[in-house]
Design a protein around this ligand. Sequence first.
Ligand SMILES: [Zn+2]
Ligand SMILES: [Zn+2]
Length: 256
Amino acid sequence: MTLTFLGTGSAFTVGGNWQSNLFIENEKGNRLLIDAGSDVRHAMYEQGLSYRDFCGPENGIYLSHCHGDHAQGLEYFGFTSMFDPTVKKPNLFLSKSLVQQVWENGLQAAMGSIQGDIVNLQSYFEIHPVEANGAFEWSGVTFRLVQTVHIMNGFAIVPSYGLLFKLGDKKIFFTGDTQHAPNQIQDFYKMADIIFQDCETSPYKSGVHANYKDLLTLSDEIKAKMWLYHYQPGALPDAIADGFAGFVVKGQKFSF
Ligand SMILES: [Zn+2]
Ligand SMILES: [Zn+2]
């Protein structure tokens, strides 16, 4: 199995990087895309891929949350596959709590009308909702959803769902978009062999992503297995000198 980052940038990244979307590929060439942002078609094109490489029944798409850099690319997958009779609907894996939200507050405005039909999210995708504390299976791998705190919207948490899964003999924790919340996710930090961590490098903290300065305070043991992604354009700090595994770069492939 391999895991490849199509891009490693923040939501509005420019200058050659793409949004932080990645995919896992098995030995048969089947693929699971993890998040589909608004620039995902360009990022896939650069890797010689298109929507066809992620349509059903063997492939799939996982959605961590509804921000545009993770969800808006679903419009591309939905429309292109619907009007291509040679492909099957893409499988869409996501927390049950996101199903209504991603359609009614996100995609419906663009995808709610097509000539001669009345459509909903199920018209475009084979939906696989995951219950709280649940998991989904793809290619023999169990992906456990790990809810993280991304935003406090007034008095309510708007979560994102990271993933915990095993490829080969390595346990991987992919944080998804998350605030710096080491107390909440420390168990996953500890049990993982490799951590892919949301890392904001802006000097101005947004509060909704873990900032590099915050991550510096983690233990040496955790930092050593932590790869950083979802960072801003521009110069980066020397993550390896600071004890991290490093910044993931666009196109970087991890083999398991
Ligand atoms: Zn994001
Ligand atoms: Zn986000």
